[in-house]
Design a protein around this ligand. Sequence first.
Ligand code: GRF
Length: 200
Amino acid sequence: MLKAKIAVLVSGGGTNLQALIDSQGKTLNSGEISLVISNNADSYALTRAEHAGIKTAVVRRADGDFEGRIIRLIEENEIDLIILAGFLCVLSENFTSHFPKKIINIHPSLIPSFCGKDFYGLHVHEAALERGVKITGATVHFVNEITDGGEIIIQKAVEVQDGDTPEILQRRVMEEAEWQILPMAAEKVSNSIIRRNTDV
Ligand code: GRF
């Protein structure tokens, strides 16, 4: 069966990448991970990809032409869907407009809460605890020129519990939301891409 070719962009530990890898052949059937690109050579996500036999590449911003080199890798590998999974670099409008409705991102809050500039990683959960929300969660959305501003694809709510620290809450949001909805969103978007490609 024809599958969408997926590139996953990472920066850190890669637990969302691991959830995608583990979902192949289960939740994720309409797409397959063909390439993992990191802006950080020390990212453990690269090790996870190598263990799964997936092609990897490192593109450092310091080496220049950062987005151009990523675009070339995407095109050379005939990628249909780009997934940002813990990828910490903001991509320009020039990049996002290159791939309309073909880039998705996982954000660890219920957008529009706690999103946008400076809301990433633990900072998101620190802000949720500071505000005193009782429910938080995660969102998968399309990526456009507005940080965390693209169309929402899937969301999942997670309860905030008494005594939560940012680290405890982050872990619960990952386990109960991120690692579940990212494979589901990857399947949904991959399926629509291959249907679009096969419609004459
Ligand atoms: C985590 O804060 C996660 O909530 C967000 O990106 C960070 C790293 O995720 N999506 P990962 O373990 O590298 O996938």
